[in-house]
Design a protein around this ligand. Structure first.
Ligand SMILES: [Zn+2]
Length: 622
């Protein structure tokens, strides 16, 4: 792909300009102060009652002692918001108010296309289709929508459009610079290149075009609906650079915008099956419907919904397909089902879909139907009971239920469901709990995604590693003591061959040369980012996690500076002592040279002077 890669040095710079604490708070994570620059909260990535999710403002890193989730603000945005890597970087760059910097691949600037060009090309397509929809010489699209009762306001609100018949519509109107534009359109899946012969044609023809917006309101894909009963009814954009169908929900942007303009919070979200359902409901005044994009709803999509609201209603058609979709949805959401999530299931009468239902019974009719939606546990056990095959049904029920419940996190909700299962299957709840745990650990061994990494062997903290670890974890202390540390590093360098000194020098240089751009400035996340892909990455990552002070509060910058310089001083003196005893041994075997004698006496004096103290650069009469 020809687009320039975001440069690593840019990411490093960005990590020194944004604040992880502030951004997490913007995302609704309730961080409580638990130390000078440390915060804690209940983990957003697993279900828990007492906080084990720690965020360090100094380090700009987070770490969960429960599920082992850890990382910097970029990994947080990717995990929490389901952003792609470039999206996370762009989001942060926008916050910091600076443009994203990219490397040109192999110096070929012409071929580098960046993300914003993809987004603006998609917007051009969307605007063009919207204009065509209202073009009286091509009335097919608008009359289809009018027949379905869609008003002009709704058309504008959802930016609906029409892709006319014909093969070269987009190439005719949207290609000015063939080299760039053709590539953009083809990367986006809007035009198709015939392999041999070089034919190019539009992917969407004679369809009503429904733009799919991401959570920032940008067009990232289209759903194109045929105007007659041809199959398939819908053609969707393929997965590509800016579109991952499992991570977007049709209607979510509009629902969020609507709630922002109104009470501020989304009271709930309703998943329906089709785009036209979302649109028809919105037209009827129901603004909380979303639809997945031509696939069943994914775990990512459920997690996304739970970020905006705690209540999700799955609304499906009453037919067999609807039943199947609902059961699939339930199984998909169980792994992310937290104690405070309220999930319900509504099945419409067989002859209806949300579109026809709201048309017949109006907004209040639809809303009161939703009020009767079944809570998750009711639906779960009812479905299981209806699908029993054997005579010994209580045991079978318990077995089938445990298979499903084993996907759940260990939380209050889980305990409650097991107790309910015990009651309806006449089994002992402790036994059921045990059986379920066994299935859980089997699952964990076979396919659980976020497994705690294998515990690393405890690392021995040698003096140089201590100084190294402290410098990575508290880089501001390095800046505060940079003259003394530079001096000590020079002596250590001259002594030669002390393991780790060269690498420490690298980190030291990075820290003191890091430009001071904001109050966040140099931090552990920056250092980790700068070391990415270098020979010291592995070490730096381990040392960044090394536990030097435990969970001590109130660690002062000047105390850490003193610790680093004392540690390095000790190292210098140790090596001097070794050298002194070596020279003394030599002197018993042979006459020492004048230089050696001078070195011996200097070093002895030096050791005497600084023994048990920190070496300082300024009082050295050496
Ligand atoms: Zn966690």
């Amino acid at each position: 792909m020809g687009r320039g890669r975001i440069s690593q040095s840019f990411i490093t710079k960005l990590l020194g300009m944004v604040d992880i604490v502030q951004i997490m708070q913007m995302h609704g994570i309730e961080l409580k102060k638990s130390g000078r620059a440390e915060y804690k909260a209940c983990c957003p990535f697993h279900s828990e009652r007492t906080p084990s999710f720690y965020v360090s403002q100094d380090k700009q890193l987070y770490n969960c002692f429960g599920c082992k989730a850890s990382g910097n603000i970029v990994t947080f945005l990717m995990e929490y918001n389901k952003y792609s890597f470039p999206d996370a970087i762009e989001y942060l760059a926008e916050l910091a108010g600076i443009p994203v910097e990219r490397d040109n691949d192999d110096g070929n600037t012409d071929s580098s296309i960046n993300y914003s060009e993809y987004y603006s090309k998609m917007r051009e397509c969307s605007e063009l289709y919207a204009r065509v929809l209202k073009d009286s010489s091509l009335p097919q699209g608008i009359s289809y929508l009018q027949n379905r009762g869609i008003t002009v306001e709704t058309i504008d609100r959802f930016k609906l459009g029409y892709a006319p018949p014909g093969w070269q519509f987009l190439t005719k109107y949207l290609v000015k610079d063939p080299q760039t534009d053709l590539k953009l359109l083809s990367d986006l899946g809007m035009i198709i290149h015939k392999e041999n012969g070089g034919n190019i044609y539009d992917a969407f023809r004679d369809r009503v075009m429904i733009p799919i917006l991401d959570r920032r309101g940008r067009v990232v894909a289209f759903g194109g609906r045929v105007l007659n009963d041809d199959k398939p009814k819908y053609l969707n954009s393929p997965e590509m650079v800016i579109f991952h169908k499992g991570r977007e929900l049709f209607g979510l942007y509009q629902a969020i915008e609507y709630s922002k303009q109104n009470q501020g919070n989304l009271p709930y979200l309703v998943i329906v099956e089709g785009y036209m359902d979302v649109i028809a409901l919105a037209q009827a005044g129901f603004n909380y419907a979303v639809a997945s994009l031509g696939t069943s709803t994914t775990t990512d999509q459920f997690e996304m919904m739970f970020r905006y609201t705690k209540k999700v209603i799955c609304c499906y058609d009453g037919d067999a397909a609807g039943q199947k979709a609902a059961w699939h949805a339930l199984q998909t959401m169980l792994p992310s089902l937290k104690d405070d999530c309220d999930v319900r299931f509504a099945f419409l009468p067989v002859e209806h879909d949300p579109d026809s239902y709201v048309r017949e019974f109006g907004l209040t009719g639809f809303e009161s139907y939703l009020e009767k939606a079944k809570p998750l546990d009711e639906y779960l056990f009812e479905h299981l009971k209806n699908n029993l095959v054997s005579e010994n049904s209580r045991r079978e029920l318990a077995n089938n239920a445990l298979d499903v419940l084993a996907a759940m996190p260990n939380n209050l909700r889980f305990d409650e469901l097991i107790r309910k299962l015990a009651t309806i299957s006449f089994q002992d709840s402790t036994t059921l709990m045990k059986e379920c745990s066994a299935r859980k650990s089997l699952r964990a061994r076979t396919n659980y995604s976020r497994q705690p990494q294998q515990e690393e062997k405890e690392m021995e903290i040698t003096p140089i590693r201590r100084a190294y670890a402290l410098s990575i974890q508290y880089p501001k202390s390095v800046i505060a003591g940079k003259d003394t540390i530079a001096y000590l590093l020079r002596i250590l360098g001259e002594l030669g061959n002390i393991k780790g000194v060269k690498e420490y020098q690298q980190i030291f240089n990075f820290i003191v040369e890091y430009p001071n751009r904001s109050e966040i400035s140099v931090n552990t996340a920056c250092i980790l980012s700068a070391c990415k892909g270098t020979n010291i990455e592995k070490w730096v990552t381990r040392l960044a996690r090394a536990d030097i002070y435990g969970h001590a509060d109130n660690i002062k910058t000047e105390n850490v500076t003193a610790d680093i310089t004392a540690t390095l001083s000790k190292l210098v003196l140790e090596h001097y002592e070794q050298r002194v005893s070596k020279l003394q041994n030599e002197s018993m075997k042979r006459e020492l040279s004048d230089d050696e004698l001078k070195e011996l006496s200097d070093k002895v004096k030096y050791i005497k002077k600084f023994s048990g103290r920190t070496i300082t650069a300024d009082n050295t009469d050496f």
